[in-house]
Design a protein around this ligand. Structure first.
Ligand code: PLP
Length: 486
């Protein structure tokens, strides 16, 4: 069966998988969604015998129906190998304190973004060929910290592409920033903005749907695409690891707990559920920026609130783009009106019959102190150290389990290596660590956890800063105009 994609705001705006990957976002500003989420056609017993690459193929072939087997396997083999990942499993399940941690950070930039961004450049260049696109693909990316580096690593020196990453200058960890500003490659640009992730994402989305800008780009031989999770080239590869995790454990039912920001990762879990993974609950974990917790509780999405910088910066988001795809599932044609409300009033409310369709979701949040306690508690009990984002999920899950007594087999998405947030992680275990410099902290974390310092960290310690441009939050387009001589 061929899967056709269409915009969440207009079912007549259709695209094949390759067109949707190449465009990133629909021309009306909506997100591409598959007409229906396909069902898995293979048994879990069969999947259980396959390695990661083959499970990924079984999932992705159902969504990217215009790719041949040869094309898709070439993309998969290019991405999921031991050159790009430090474990043959690609992702590892670790049992600790009554849950399984699905470690999604074994790629080159030690965050889960590598799971999709290691394959996106392959999908994108294959899609360009299939669509006969001749222009150089310009990847515009807004990052809350981790997408930026993973996209840079993926697209650096890939022929026919170039990339511009915008990150919140004062809203990422030291390691995250250093990783980005030291990126090598002839086709990479990294720019800090005097604003937060929502400012960056809004400006980037506006550029994608600006027809005049697209014409000026085209005249110079360029076209835009997106490496953010609005691109189905990002989203679908993420579905694979939920199917994979289930096939390793095969309980009767499973819960997934996902530390959430832009709602991409947990939406992938929802797609796995719709494909046939027997999910009991999808637990959406937020930090103090708990706009999603409130949404699942009340049916009101309201971004008119204070924005907080937290120790889990990749979740410091008030406009979760991918939620639009879930809204489309429950609201259909009303999606456009709801998204217009979000744009003009910063708020929308779904009807109660729509809310009933969200029963598989549970929202929860953790304050910074609860997150820190979760890190310390897990370390003391199990000797296992998780990063600050994963610890938000740990804290939310512990609260959920205490409250509901739900003993369903539970997998927590572990989204970054603790080395990426070393200072905040170690301070959670003992505030005394704050006296030490960053380099000493890497060694201390090594001593405590027994986990070797990852190559990603060793690489940035001595690397020179290559990017130091900073722009105002209304100056993103001017930077793009400058870089591409428009
Ligand atoms: C991006 C990110 C998240 C949030 O994921 P979404 O798909 O945006 O919800 C959580 N943790 C880490 C470490 C991340 O990099």
């Amino acid at each position: 069966m061929k899967i056709i994609y269409h915009s969440t705001r207009d079912t007549k705006l259709t695209a094949t998988a390759s067109e949707a990957i190449l465009k990133g976002i629909a021309p009306d500003g909506g997100l591409y969604v598959p007409e229906t989420v396909p069902k898995l056609k293979i048994s879990f017993e069969a999947l259980a015998k396959m390695d990661y690459a083959h499970v990924a193929y079984e999932v992705m072939k159902l969504f990217y129906t215009d790719f041949t087997e040869e094309e898709l396997m070439a993309c998969i083999n290019g991405a999921y190998n031991t050159e790009k990942f430090d474990t043959e499993d690609i992702t590892t399940l670790v049992e600790a304190d009554g849950a399984y941690y699905l470690e999604l950070f074994h790629g080159r930039t030690i965050a889960f973004k590598d799971m999709a961004l290691s394959i996106l450049p392959y999908l994108m260049t294959t899609a360009a060929k299939k669509c006969g696109a001749k222009e150089e693909i310009v990847i515009l990316t807004a990052t809350s910290g981790d997408t930026g580096k993973a996209a840079l690593a993926g697209f650096a020196d890939v022929p026919g592409t170039s990339i511009v990453v915008f990150y919140p200058k004062h809203g990422v960890s030291r390691v995250q920033e250093k990783q980005m500003v030291t990126q090598t490659g002839k086709n990479v640009n990294v720019i800090g903005i005097e604003g937060n992730f929502d400012d960056a994402q809004t400006a980037v989305k506006a550029m994608f749907t600006d027809e005049k800008l697209a014409e000026r780009m085209k005249a110079k031989g360029y076209r835009f695409s997106s490496a953010n999770s609005i691109n189905i080239g990002r989203l679908i590869p993420q579905v694979a690891y939920y199917v994979y995790a289930y096939s390793r454990l095969m309980p009767k039912e499973i819960n997934f707990v996902v530390p959430t920001g832009n709602f991409g990762n947990i939406l992938a879990a929802y797609y796995a559920y719709k494909m046939g993974v027997p999910v009991h609950k999808l637990i959406c974990a937020s930090n103090r920026n708990k706009v999603l917790t409130d949404f699942f509780e009340t049916g009101v999405y309201d971004r008119n609130r204070d924005f907080f910088l937290t120790p889990s910066p990749s979740m410091d988001i008030l406009i979760s783009s991918n939620l639009e795809r879930l809204i489309y599932e429950i609201a259909g044609e009303s999606t456009t009106a709801l998204m217009n409300d979000l744009k003009t009033k910063g708020r929308y409310e779904i009807a109660s019959e729509m809310k009933e369709k969200l029963e598989v979701f549970v929202g929860g949040y953790a304050e910074d102190e609860e997150m820190a306690k979760a890190i310390a508690g897990l370390y003391k009990k199990e000797g296992y150290i998780v990063d600050t984002h994963t610890a938000v999920a740990t804290a939310v899950y512990n609260n959920y389990r205490n409250k509901t007594k739900d003993d369903t087999c539970t997998v927590i998405a572990s989204t970054a290596s603790p080395y990426k947030f070393t200072r905040a992680v170690l301070n959670s275990i003992d505030p005394e660590y704050d006296q030490k410099d960053d380099f000493e902290l890497f060694d201390e974390l090594n001593k405590l956890s027994g986990v070797p310092v990852p190559k990603a960290i060793k690489d940035i310690i001595s690397a020179p800063v290559l990017h130091d441009t900073v722009c105002a939050k209304d100056g993103l387009e001017a930077e793009v105009v400058k870089i591409y001589g428009l």
